[in-house]
Design a protein around this ligand. Structure first.
Ligand code: AMP
Length: 279
């Protein structure tokens, strides 16, 4: 992989990189488009990274659909699909890790200890192997995007980290490899996450700036769905991810919930400058 990247670099070509865990869907493929718009060659990785899963999480059962993925990636215009084995990435005796401390602590970090350390470590390793000019991550995993951006800045990486918008089903549910786990009933109930985010967006559009008042409504709405259990709902700064009391600048509302046994996350930008009173 390093050799091919070096050849391309020597030929003056720029490299765009899309790291994934496979079970590809249109969300992943939209990242490929963003990478193509920003570089000459696109490398996608598929690696289900064991170190970002907690002991009670779904590493073993995570969907692995490599044949379909290969076809989807080729059709989307990926030049190289890089699929390393776990022992190649973590050979016996591996003991180094990257921790992006503050930005990893709130939101999902609170409920998935070690998760973002696992993500940052594998992404830095993949960056060092692939040597991309540009790397594309989905806004769907907003905290992950923020962690990678921070790591790139803090460690002087020569990689331009770009966020790409969330791709949704027609009813608003964000596309996710984990949606495969949902039963028919749960799939119906899962729309509550986007409905709750949209409720917050409407409240801000109507001039509400008090975060707690918005979150109270959001929690009530999620709790009205018997198949879902809220893990957190937070309104936070776009840059630091610190919780906000008052919405005075563009920020994020982020939600994590369990739909049956499946954990789903999503987020939306809230922009008080776009409220009806301001317009
Ligand atoms: P994953 O395979 O779930 O680790 O995701 C790989 C990349 O795809 C990450 O940068 C995700 O943020 C991104 N991604 C996942 N779902 C979506 C989506 N619905 N829209 C846009 N990007 C997504």
């Amino acid at each position: 992989m390093k050799k091919i990247s070096n050849w391309w670099r020597e030929d003056g070509l720029t490299i765009g990189f899309v790291p994934t865990m496979g079970a590809l869907h249109e969300g992943h493929l939209s990242l490929v488009n963003t990478a193509k718009e920003n570089s000459d060659r696109v490398i996608m990785s598929i690696f289900v990274n064991p170190t970002q899963f907690g002991p009670n999480e779904d590493f073993k059962n995570y969907p692995r659909t490599s044949e379909v993925d290969t076809e989807l990636a080729i059709n989307a215009g990926v030049d190289i699909l890089f699929c390393p084995q776990v022992v190649e990435i973590y050979p016996l005796g591996f003991q180094t890790s990257v921790s992006v401390s503050e930005i990893s602590t709130g939101l999902c970090g609170e409920f998935r200890p070690g998760h973002f350390q696992g993500v940052a470590t594998v992404v830095l390793k993949l960056f060092n192997i692939v040597n991309p000019n540009v790397a594309v991550f989905g806004e769907k995993d907003f905290q992950q995007l923020s962690v990678i951006k921070k790591m790139a800045r803090d460690l002087n990486l020569d990689v331009n980290v770009i966020g790409s918008p969330t791709i949704r089903e027609s009813d608003g549910l964000a596309k996710s490899s984990r949606n495969k786990y949902l039963s028919k009933e749960e799939r119906g109930a899962a729309t509550i996450i986007f409905r709750a985010l949209s409720k917050a967006e409407v409240m801000v559009k109507n001039g509400e700036t008090n975060a707690e008042r918005i979150l109270t409504e959001v929690r009530e709405l999620v709790e009205s769905e018997p198949l879902c259990r809220l893990q957190y709902a937070t309104i936070c700064s776009n840059d630091t991810l610190k919780e906000l009391d008052i919405i005075s600048e563009p920020c994020r509302i982020a939600i994590a919930l369990f739909c049956g046994k499946t954990r789903l996350i999503d987020n939306l930008e809230l922009d008080p400058n776009r409220n009806e009173k301001a317009l």
